[in-house]
Design a protein around this ligand. Structure first.
Ligand SMILES: C[S@@+](CC[C@H](N)C(=O)[O-])C[C@H]1O[C@@H](n2cnc3c(N)ncnc32)[C@H](O)[C@@H]1O
Length: 441
């Protein structure tokens, strides 16, 4: 008789609660432990701790879990300063004091970069830091209307979940934007269809609050007036379809200042700007210092946005080419250069992750390059940068993993890492911005 062997289906660990001994932490300060043969990444757990954690993902090589109970705490563990920390997904590191957060983030990133690049030590410089409260000048606030209970929830997404956690205040949001929670809670239930508004983008530009409400059904002028009357100091806008934004009041131009450079930058409410104004200022000034820009420099600023670095570089360089993927932002960059009296800025649109066009800006004419890509890093771009053979490359990164990958390429193609520093742009979260200066050997 033929015996057919059938492998027993493995039972998934998903949703189970297990106990983990945490040995170390990764670059996002998630605890690392082990379960049988699998490596376990446990959010909310610290090295040296024993925790109970719920399994969120069960993959062949690893599992991901979230701490639900700390059985044996680390000496570094503190009580979170925000009363929503345990349920809100916005900040992941409030169980550490701010200095320990910064130390552990840098240690984890140091390990990641050394592992990827093979460097034995990194030339770390002092981290750029500022106030860890009230620093966010932009945020997306979730809105959920429960039709059965006729109740609105305004807040952030729960950690590891899609549910909105209703909150009344946020420790890291700029105080100017604080009224958003009360006012939305007041007005949304008065709408004909309260479920029509799904989220609010809040923005502080200078001393002005801008609120863009995303709504899936039209809102009447009377309904728009309810929001304006509730918080008249704010400027209200509606987004009926993605990226189709209308002012409900006379338009006001959002802008911010780089006071140290005496620059004024204008932007559209949906354009990218750096989240933390104080640290952005420090970052721009440090970029000028590290690159040591002089009047002979021809500089290439990649992923230039609305010209945050471009204009400051142009004040000291001969010429700056700013390249950006979004056409509207390229136009804004050119306008900002004009508004600030800078005639040595040239702005181009290009998708930097595709093959670069054979054009005036893609030539080996640069002494210095600054790049500030989004989280995906400079995939496809970093190879093309090195072909231009600039003397110095300043890489500003918001994702250490993609930075480590790109840094490896730079080191393999004739560059050395001169300086690196963290920028604690998103205090209390697992993210750390990086600035790294590479020079040609
Ligand atoms: C982190 S932001 C930096 C913007 C600017 N340097 C600043 O400091 O405000 C990254 C910028 O890269 C742009 N970008 C993203 N992917 C791109 C691509 N494939 N090609 C060109 N630009 C891209 C985004 O539109 C965004 O403006």
């Amino acid at each position: 008789m033929l015996n057919i062997y059938k492998a027993k289906p493995k039972t998934s660990l998903l949703g189970k609660t297990l106990t983990f001994q945490i040995d170390s932490a990764d670059y996002e300060v998630q605890g690392i432990g082990q379960y049988q043969q699998k490596i376990a990444f446990v959010s909310g757990a610290l090295p040296g701790e024993r925790v109970q954690a719920k399994i969120l993902e069960d993959k062949p090589g690893f599992i991901k879990a979230t701490t639900i109970k700390v059985l044996q705490p680390s000496v570094l563990r503190v009580t979170a300063p925000c009363h929503y920390a345990a349920i809100c997904g916005g900040c992941q590191l409030q169980h550490l004091d701010i200095q320990a957060q910064r130390d552990l983030k840098q240690q984890g990133i140091d390990q990641l970069i050394r592992h990827q690049t093979g460097l034995s030590a990194l030339p770390w410089q002092a981290m750029l830091v500022d106030d860890d409260h009230g620093y966010r000048r932009r945020a997306r606030i979730g809105i959920w209307y429960d039709k059965k209970q006729r109740r609105v929830s305004v807040g952030f997404r729960q950690s590891g979940d899609k549910q909105i956690v209703a909150i009344a205040d946020c420790m890291v949001l700029s105080p100017l934007l604080a009224p958003i929670f009360t006012e939305l809670n007041k007005v949304i239930p008065q709408l004909k269809d309260p479920a029509a508004v799904t989220h609010a983008e809040v923005l502080q530009a200078g001393e002005q609050a801008f609120i863009t409400l995303r709504h899936t059904k039209p809102l009447t002028v009377e309904e728009q007036q309810l929001f304006i009357a509730a918080w008249p100091e704010a400027v209200w806008l509606g987004e009926a379809e993605p990226s189709v934004i209308h002012y409900w009041q006379p338009a006001v131009q959002p802008h911010y200042y780089l006071a140290e450079q005496n620059l004024r930058l204008e932007f559209a409410t949906d354009a990218f700007i750096q989240i933390n104004a104080e640290l952005n200022q420090k970052m721009v000034t440090q970029a000028l210092n590290w690159l040591n820009i002089n009047a002979n420099d021809v500089v290439l600023d990649l992923y230039a946005g609305i010209g945050n670095f471009t204009l400051a570089l142009a004040q000291q360089a001969k010429t700056v080419y700013g390249i950006e993927g979004v056409s509207k932002m390229v136009q804004q960059l050119a306008t900002n250069a004009q508004l600030n009296g800078l005639s040595n800025v040239v702005a181009f649109q290009a998708d930097l992750h595709l093959a670069w066009p054979k054009t005036s800006w893609n030539k080996p004419i640069y002494s210095k390059v600054l790049l500030d890509p989004a989280r995906a890093g400079a995939v496809g771009a970093v190879e093309q940068i090195t072909k231009l053979k600039p003397q110095h490359i300043l890489y500003v990164s918001c994702n250490s993993a993609t930075f480590a990958r790109d840094a490896k390429h730079l080191l393999q193609t004739g560059y050395r890492l001169e300086k690196i520093c963290g920028v604690d742009m998103f205090a209390h979260t697992s993210h750390l911005e990086l600035m790294a200066l590479f020079s040609r050997l």
